[in-house]
Ligand binder design. Structure first.
Ligand code: BGC
Length: 429
C-alpha cells in the first residue's frame, strides 16, 4: 500500500461534510458550468459513446468541453496530461484508469468522490472489481464507465461461410483454419505492428497459455519465478508463429485500420478488445450478421478486462458540484446501458439488463460475473502494473515481435531483467 499524502488526509477530514453534500447531488446545477474532459476516444464509436455522456450532462446544465487526444490505449493522452499538469493547466476531468489512477491520486491532485459513491450506493451496485479499482487508500477517486473484454476474436462471417469454417476453440483448430485461408490467398488475421496492439495480443496469449492465476503472478505480483516459466516462453513463441497469418508487410497502423480490414473482407479474423466490436457496429455492421464475436482460442472461461474510469482534478474546487454531478449520472442504469452498447463494453453495474445486449456482450457479462478466478487485469490497458513497468514490457514484446533476430528465449530473459530492475527501484535503500 502506498502512503497517504497530506492532501488526501486533509480531504478525508473535509469528507465529514459528505452527508450535506449528498443532499445537493440530485438536482440539476443551479448555475451552468463547463468541464474540460481529456480522453482518447477519437474513433467513430468512441466519439458516439462520449457524445452520450455529453448529451446527458447538458440536461444538467453542464457543458462537456472535449479535449480528445488521438492515439489508441491513451499513449498520447497520458503524455499530454503530464505536461498540462506540470504547466498548472490540468483539465477538470480525465480518462485515468487503473494503476495510473492510483499514481495521480497519490499526488493529491484528484477530487474524492466518497459522498457521491455513498449516496449512489456504489458499494452495493457496482461489480466488486470495478468498485475496488476506483478506490485508493479507502477513498473513491474516480467513476467507472464500462468493462471492456479484451480476449475477443472477431471473424468475417461471409469469408467463414465461403470457406466452410467455424470459429476455433483451440489453437490447433485456429491453425488449420488460418492455413486454409492463407492457401486461398486470404489474410487470416488482421494485425498492426503498433507496440500496444502487439502487446495486447501477447497478454491474451499468456492468458490462453496459462490462465488468470499465472497471468497475475507475471503481471501483477511480478514473481520472478513466473518469468522463468516455460509457459511464458510458449506464449512468446505463439506470438511470433501468428505472424505467418498476418498481413505482409506488417505495418504500424491504428487499430481502426485493422478492424476495417476485417469489415471489408481483406482479413478473416481480428483479435482485439471489444471497443472494436463497438466500432464495427458504428460502421453499420451488425454483430452475429456481418461478423461473429467469440473468445480467443483457449480463453472461453476467462475475462481479460480493462475498465474505463473518469477522474476529476480538484485544482481550485471551483467545479466540484459539476464534477460530482458527472460522477452521479455516469452510474445511472439508463446511461450505463446506452453508453456501453455503443462503446462495445458492458455496464459496471451488477445485474445489468442483458435483454438488449448482443451475444458478445451477454457472454462478457456471464464470464465476468464468475469473479476473480475468471478475471485477468489487462497489463497493457493499465489494470495490472505501474505505467513505467507496463511501458517497458510493451516495448520489449514489440521489439521481439518485430525483430527476426530476437529469439523467444532472449525476450523471456529480457522481460525478467525489466521486472527485476523495476522491482528494485521500488525498494527502500
Ligand atoms: C480504452 C478504450 C479504448 C481503447 C482504444 C483502451 O485502453 O480502455 O476505451 O477504446 O483503448 O483506444
Amino acid at each position: 500500500m502506498r502512503k497517504r499524502t497530506g492532501r488526501t488526509a486533509a480531504l478525508s477530514v473535509l469528507g465529514a461534510g459528505a452527508g450535506l453534500l449528498a443532499l445537493t447531488l440530485c438536482a440539476p446545477l443551479a448555475h451552468a458550468d463547463a468541464l474540460q474532459v481529456l480522453h482518447w476516444w477519437t474513433s467513430a464509436s468512441e466519439r458516439k459513446a462520449a457524445n452520450v455522456l455529453a448529451a446527458r450532462l447538458a440536461t444538467e446544465n453542464i457543458d462537456w468541453r472535449d479535449a480528445a487526444i488521438p492515439g489508441g490505449a491513451g499513449i498520447g493522452a497520458v503524455k499530454v496530461l503530464k505536461s498540462r499538469v506540470l504547466a498548472g493547466n490540468s483539465p477538470e476531468v480525465m480518462q485515468l484508469v487503473g494503476y495510473s489512477l492510483a499514481e495521480w491520486s497519490d499526488l493529491g491532485l484528484l477530487l474524492q468522490l466518497d459522498g457521491v459513491a455513498a449516496s449512489g450506493n456504489w458499494s452495493r451496485l457496482l461489480h466488486p472489481t470495478a468498485y475496488s479499482l476506483v478506490q485508493n487508500h479507502g477513498h473513491v477517486m474516480a467513476v467507472p464507465l464500462g468493462i471492456h473484454r479484451i480476449n475477443n476474436l472477431y471473424y468475417n462471417r461471409r469469408l467463414f461461410a465461403r470457406f466452410g469454417l467455424t470459429p476455433s476453440a483451440t489453437w490447433a483448430e485456429f491453425e488449420r483454419a488460418a492455413e486454409k485461408l492463407r492457401l486461398a490467398g486470404i489474410t487470416a488475421l488482421a494485425q498492426s505492428s503498433e507496440p500496444w496492439q502487439v502487446a495486447t495480443l501477447f497478454e491474451t496469449l499468456v492468458l490462453a497459455e496459462a490462465g488468470p492465476a499465472f497471468y497475475r503472478e507475471l503481471f501483477v505480483r511480478k514473481n520472478l519465478e513466473a518469468y522463468a516459466d516455460p509457459r511464458l516462453l510458449h506464449a512468446l513463441k505463439r506470438l511470433k508463429t501468428l505472424r505467418r497469418w498476418m498481413p505482409t508487410p506488417l505495418r504500424e497502423r491504428p487499430w481502426t485500420d485493422a478492424a476495417r480490414q476485417l469489415a471489408d473482407g481483406d482479413a478473416a479474423m481480428f483479435i482485439m478488445g471489444d471497443w472494436a466490436k463497438g466500432e464495427l457496429n458504428a460502421w453499420g455492421l451488425v454483430t452475429d450478421e456481418a461478423f461473429g464475436c467469440v473468445a480467443v482460442p483457449e480463453t472461453a472461461q476467462y475475462h481479460l478486462f480493462s475498465i474505463d474510469t473518469l477522474a476529476m482534478f480538484s485544482a481550485s474546487y471551483s467545479h466540484q458540484a459539476a464534477q460530482e454531478k458527472l460522477a452521479e449520472v455516469v452510474i445511472s442504469a439508463p446511461l450505463q446501458a446506452d453508453y456501453n452498447r455503443i462503446k462495445g463494453s458492458i455496464p459496471v453495474l451488477r445485474g445489468a439488463d442483458t435483454g438488449k445486449m448482443d451475444s458478445c456482450a451477454r457472454n462478457s457479462v456471464q464470464v465476468f460475473a464468475r469473479g476473480a478466478a475468471a478475471q485477468a487485469p489487462s497489463l497493457v490497458h493499465r489494470m495490472a502494473s505501474d505505467e513505467s513497468t507496463k511501458d517497458a514490457i510493451v516495448a520489449e514484446v514489440s521489439r521481439y515481435f518485430n525483430d527476426e533476430q530476437v529469439s523467444a528465449a532472449d525476450a523471456q530473459r529480457r522481460l525478467a531483467t525489466i521486472v527485476r530492475a523495476t522491482s528494485e527501484q521500488g525498494k527502500p535503500p
